[in-house]
Design a protein around this ligand. Structure first.
Ligand SMILES: *Cc1c(COP(=O)(O)O)cnc(C)c1O
Length: 396
């Protein structure tokens, strides 16, 4: 088969789309004004920012004044969690509930708060990568300040029962935040209808540029600032507005949330074909619930191989993919997400994540399904672990 170039790592980042770039360009040169300036150049920039805010609000079912632009998804998570912690600590509430398999933007923030006098409960997930809302109900205490649960997991793509969790929180008078960075543009979101108090999103996962995000904060909830300085974002988040990035985010979220269910039909079909094809290899398993998952996500453990070697070989075939192991961070520890669903270390090490979008063709799918068995068989032939497995010996 002829070599192809396939980008199957959209959960890591996406390319800036043509329409986003086109919308951004004028704001680098002609429209470079400071959105806080009084003259026309500034007012035009201000209008562009407010127009983008309306687009983000509309995509989430929120009001424009409930949207705050941030420098990234991680900042939105930090602000939501640290801000709520500070706010509620004044009322004597210093307990936070989250899950064991959140993104590090959440987990490292709660760990930081633990060092500063907060108590954190980490809710476990099932072997399918799902959270039981009952567990959250049981974990809520008198002094619980915040529940923060991700909408969709970035590694295994599982989608959590957000509306149900939000309802439980409200019943108990607890603030609910969700990291929806992976969910926006892939599932229909309506923050008001779903009872979400705060929601984080990021531009570069939906074809805007890197370095722009937003936090939705329900009106009536007043968080303390994370970034102090000028009066931007209604005095809540200082820093001269990144007008081109904000404009790009507005266009990107409008495009991403257009016809989500129609787009998902085709993506799900291709994704399922990939899952079924890869699972025909022996000693493989799908990680995460098959149905309650992002349409473009597949995460499969392939025993007897190392994830990193697999990725390097796939790269030689022109396929960009990702592994369950945290090799990119220079650590050889297996992914906390895969361990959280009960995988053994050695199985978690040999995991493959593909995250596809609606540009993936039948030829791409056929190519991937042609390459993967070849590569896996080659790696297994060279693997001492696989040899031991085949001899029926125990391996660690
Ligand atoms: C990518 C990602 C983030 C971080 O967003 P940045 O804009 O890269 O800071 C946070 N949470 C999840 C689930 C993500 O996938």
């Amino acid at each position: 088969m002829e070599k192809r170039s396939i980008y199957a790592d959209n959960a890591a980042t996406t390319a800036v789309s043509e329409e986003v770039l086109e919308a951004m360009l004028p704001y680098f040169r002609e429209g470079y004004g400071n959105a806080s300036s009084i003259y026309k150049l500034g007012r035009d920039a201000q209008r562009a920012v407010e127009d983008a805010r309306e687009k983000v609000a509309k995509a989430l079912g929120a009001e424009p004044r409930e949207i705050y632009f941030t420098s990234c998804g991680s900042e939105a998570d930090n602000w939501a969690i640290k801000g709520t912690a500070e706010l509620m600590a004044k009322k004597g509430k210093k307990h936070i509930i989250t899950s064991v398999f959140e993104h590090h933007a959440v987990l490292h923030t709660t760990e930081y708060l633990e060092k500063h006098g907060f108590e954190v409960t980490y809710i476990p997930v099932s072997d399918k990568g799902l959270i039981d809302p009952e567990d959250i109900k049981n974990a809520i205490r008198e002094d619980t300040a915040l529940v923060t649960i991700m909408y969709a997991n970035n590694e295994i793509g599982t989608i959590q029962p957000i509306e149900e969790i939000a309802a439980i929180c409200h019943e108990k008078g607890v603030i609910f935040h969700t990291d929806a960075v992976q969910a926006v543009g892939h599932v229909d979101i309506d923050v008001h209808k779903q009872g979400i108090d705060m929601l984080s999103l990021s531009g570069h996962k939906i074809h805007a540029q890197k370095g722009i995000g937003a936090l939705y904060i329900r009106k009536g909830l007043t968080l303390p600032n994370l970034i102090h300085g000028g009066g931007q974002e209604r005095g809540k988040r200082a820093g001269t507005e990144n007008v081109p990035a904000i404009v790009g985010l507005g266009v990107a979220i409008e495009a991403a949330t257009r016809n989500i269910s129609e787009k998902n039909v085709g993506i799900t079909k291709q994704r399922n074909k990939l899952i079924d094809g890869i699972l025909t290899l022996p000693y493989t398993r799908l990680n995460g619930d098959r149905d309650k998952r992002l349409p473009g996500n597949l995460n499969i453990s392939i025993e007897g191989i190392e994830g990193e070697s697999l990725l390097l070989m796939l790269d030689m075939y022109g396929i960009c993919a990702s592994s369950g192991s945290a090799c990119t961070s220079g650590s050889l520890d297996p992914s906390h997400v895969l361990l959280s669903i009960g995988l053994k270390h050695e199985v978690a090490h040999g995991s493959l994540r593909l995250s596809i979008e609606d540009d993936v063709t039948d030829e791409d799918v056929d190519y991937i399904l042609d390459v993967i068995p070849k590569v896996v068989n080659r790696l297994r032939e060279m693997s001492p672990v696989w040899e031991k497995m085949m001899k029926g010996e125990k391996y660690e």
